[in-house]
Ligand binder design. Structure first.
Ligand code: TRP
Ligand code: SF4
Length: 400
């Protein structure tokens, strides 16, 4: 199987909470061991909506990176960087803007949705309209094949695929493409060349997607082959011209089941969160003051866990024997709510402890975090420069 490259970004929104951890971050943690991963702080994206409060950006950026690392993002496995530290993103955004029909941007659903939702703010800006294209630049820059995102972001990935296709269509044509592709097939050698042709026929005549995948893997494996020839062979597989920008796939992040303290989804806007760096005393206090089944006025009144937000936390943090104890004790009125909450408190504290230890080490020595990020930026930038060289070249901007 060809190597997958995963890229995802998060807006710097300040410190992260258990909802982020149980949704996005756990997903990232798994991916970082399976694939080549790039995770970045989308600080320019934050400015598209929060251009009037720049003071919150800088602090949020560092807080968020510390939370990522605390959660277990491992800089030895994943590349962590900040968008604005790789200014190539802005250049690619500008160049892609030349070929982006306005109507494509206007019909991205978040454009109208967010304008309505954040009606207190003037979002009829050029930057806000162009924000999905900035996201496309983020993704296409690294030739990412997989983009883990929430459901609301899927239209942005589809938009990105359309942009990549349009770009390749406009700029992937070159004089004598077929001859060059045939010459590249010869370079594969007899056996592989024949295999490539068989797979290409199987895909083009029968739409065999597995053949397409195998052929792509075959091309990726070629060690000494130039980028140009690889792109030609990839493009020739599907017909057209060279594939310069790769169409990414999205990978839907399973929605976090993490309930907030009031039983609604955990979210900063509902003020029902437990942050990753919440002190143990505050965790206890927040859970102890959580509402429970209103039927349980006295300790002996029977209740029903189905009507209680604490039960939703048991579903996440408790094993079957504790859950049985809750079900029976609550319905019989034989356990008190404070008693019932204790295993949840213990579970949350146990989950947070290793994260808080890691976070403390980073908070104590900020240079650790700065070094990780500057190494990540360096690595990201190297790839970004390569992509920009190709993009400038095909857009007629290579003056060397
Ligand atoms: N737009 C995303 C969000 O608001 C963040 C983001 C920016 C992103 N660039 C990206 C996500 C690239 C995935 C890939 O959540
Ligand atoms: Fe909720 Fe537990 Fe109290 Fe039942 S006993 S109402 S599940 S806190």
């Amino acid at each position: 199987m060809a190597v997958e490259r995963v890229l995802s970004g998060m807006r710097p929104t300040g410190s992260l909470h258990l909802g982020h951890y149980n949704g996005v971050l756990k997903n990232w943690l798994r991916l970082q061991h399976e694939h080549e991963c790039f995770f970045f702080v989308a600080d320019w994206h934050a400015l598209t909506t929060h251009y009037d409060t720049p003071e919150m950006i800088e602090e949020s950026v560092w807080e968020m990176v510390i939370d990522w690392l605390a959660a277990g993002i491992d800089p030895a496995s994943a590349t962590v960087f900040i968008q604005s530290k790789v200014p190539e993103h802005a250049e690619l955004h500008t160049l892609l803007s030349m070929i982006t029909p306005l109507s494509w941007l206007e019909r991205v659903p978040t454009y109208k949705d967010q304008q309505e939702k954040l009606s207190s703010k003037d979002l009829s800006t050029y930057g806000f309209l162009g924000y999905p294209l900035l996201q496309s630049a983020d993704i296409l820059m690294y030739k990412a094949t997989q983009v883990p995102v929430g459901e609301d972001q899927i239209p942005h990935i589809e938009f990105t695929r359309e942009i990549a296709r349009r770009f390749n269509h406009l700029y992937g044509k070159e004089l004598g493409f077929e001859e060059k592709a045939e010459a590249a097939i010869k370079k594969l050698g007899n056996k592989r060349g024949t295999l490539y042709k068989e797979l290409r026929t199987a895909y083009q005549e029968n739409g065999d997607d597995e053949a397409l995948e195998s052929a792509r893997a075959l091309i990726e494996e070629q060690q000494g082959m130039s980028m140009g020839d690889k792109e030609r062979l990839l493009g020739y597989l599907e017909g057209g011209g060279k594939i310069i920008l790769i169409e990414p796939d999205y990978k839907l992040t399973p929605a976090s089941k993490m309930p907030g303290l009031d039983g609604q989804k955990m979210s900063k806007s509902y003020n029902n969160t437990i942050s990753l760096r919440e002190s143990p005393a505050d965790v206890s206090k927040k859970i102890k003051t959580m509402p429970t089944d209103p039927a349980r006025v006295r300790r002996t009144d029977p209740g029903d866990p189905a009507n209680c937000p604490v039960w939703q936390l048991h579903e996440i943090y408790s094993d079957d024997s504790v859950k049985d104890w809750v079900q029976i004790g609550c319905k019989a009125g034989s356990i008190g709510c404070i008693e019932c909450k204790q295993p949840v408190i213990d579970g949350v504290l146990k989950e947070l402890k290793p994260m808080q230890e890691r976070a403390a080490a980073y908070a104590e020595d900020p240079s650790l975090v700065k070094n990780i990020v500057s190494e990540g930026c360096e690595k990201a930038r190297k790839l970004a420069r390569e992509t920009m060289r190709d993009v400038r070249d095909v857009m007629g901007l290579d003056y060397s």
